[in-house]
Design a protein around this ligand. Structure first.
Ligand code: CA
Length: 222
């Protein structure tokens, strides 16, 4: 059965472009240009993924995302016209799965849609048991100790504390380096890389910590 994608976009030209490419990639699509129509449509039709523009007539993407999250975990990709908006959106903890910034190529949109749907599938198939003991910084996965450094433990603990929520590198740094010493973005990347390696030793199949392209990281959806 074909997966159903809802495109909420008031620029007709863009909506048509998304629709054409997504249909070509094998998805069925529905386009809505009015923010007021989105939530009732989602309730009724349960799409597999939503491409949600931020600025919409009558109800904006933020409000729509919040309302949908009350009753559904459907993957949501937020679309914004301003790159600098993305950090603020992440900070609002809306529960979106990915963010893309206009202008983008329709091919990129299709790639993101596929990636987000694939992640959803993986998390539905895996069932891991992660236990974090904050007192002694001890993490065990499937009954095996992970042998983490303090920073790796903190990273895992922040991410796992809110499965599915995207954290930017800045947000992770702020939470870990409370003394605000200057560390560069890549510091977080290198800690994450080591952390993933240690997780992979215990469970090679499990992709617990996921990169969100050009944005940051998240722990896999519950
Ligand atoms: Ca718009």
């Amino acid at each position: 059965m074909k997966q159903k994608i809802l495109i909420v976009e008031d620029e007709q030209r863009l909506a048509d472009l998304h629709r054409d490419y997504l249909q070509q990639a094998g998805y069925t699509t529905e386009c809505l240009g009015d923010g007021m129509l989105a939530v009732p449509w989602v309730r009724e039709n349960a799409p597999d993924l939503i491409l949600l523009d931020l600025m919409l007539p009558n109800k904006d993407g933020l409000e729509i995302c919040k309302e949908i999250r009350i009753f559904s975990n459907v993957p949501i990709i937020m679309v914004t016209a301003r790159a600098e908006e993305i950090d603020r959106l992440i900070g609002l903890e809306l529960g979106a799965d990915d963010y893309i910034c206009k202008p983008f190529s329709p091919r990129e949109v299709v790639a993101r849609v596929k990636a987000v749907l694939r992640r959803g599938l993986q998390s539905a198939q895996t069932d891991q048991s992660l236990v974090l003991d904050e007192n002694c910084y001890l993490a065990t996965l499937e009954g095996k100790a992970l042998d983490l450094t303090a920073v790796e433990f903190q990273l895992l603990s922040i991410l796992a504390g809110r499965p599915g929520q995207i954290f930017s590198r800045d947000q992770l740094m702020d939470r870990i380096y409370t003394d605000h010493r200057i560390v560069c973005d890549r510091t977080i990347d290198s800690h994450i890389k080591k952390l993933r390696k240690k997780i992979a030793i215990v469970s090679p199949e499990l992709e617990l910590i996921q990169s969100v392209y050009s944005v940051g990281y998240k722990y896999k959806n519950p």
